[in-house]
Design a protein around this ligand. Structure first.
Ligand code: SF4
Ligand code: SF4
Length: 90
């Protein structure tokens, strides 16, 4: 049970930085309606961990709360940057 909770936070835990310009691109592209941009919060019960919000933010204002996950995603993004699909599903 403990490892499931850690895994959930690892994949779904995100923060929105002060770079956010409230364009709501992330909200429009979230398939789970899990983002409240006014409170800069995520509903982790709704979030499916698709990272569309992270990948589509024009200001790169959304980051994982896990440094390891951010490093993994940077490596994934550079390895697959020629692909058309912006989301990486886990
Ligand atoms: S896409 Fe980025 S800049 Fe736009 S509202 Fe979402 S977090 Fe803010
Ligand atoms: S990871 Fe996907 S489901 Fe979760 S908040 Fe971002 S866009 Fe929505």
């Amino acid at each position: 049970m403990m490892s499931l909770i850690c895994c959930r936070r690892l994949i779904k835990g995100k923060i929105i930085s002060d770079d956010c310009i409230k364009c709501k691109t992330c909200v429009r592209n979230c398939p789970a309606d899990a983002i409240n941009i006014e409170s800069k919060s995520f509903d982790l019960d709704k979030c499916i961990g698709c990272w569309a919000c992270i990948n589509r933010c024009p200001k790169h204002a959304i980051k994982s709360t896990s440094r390891e996950m951010n490093d993994i995603m940077i490596n994934f993004s550079s390895a697959f940057e020629s692909r058309l699909e912006p989301e990486i599903f886990m």
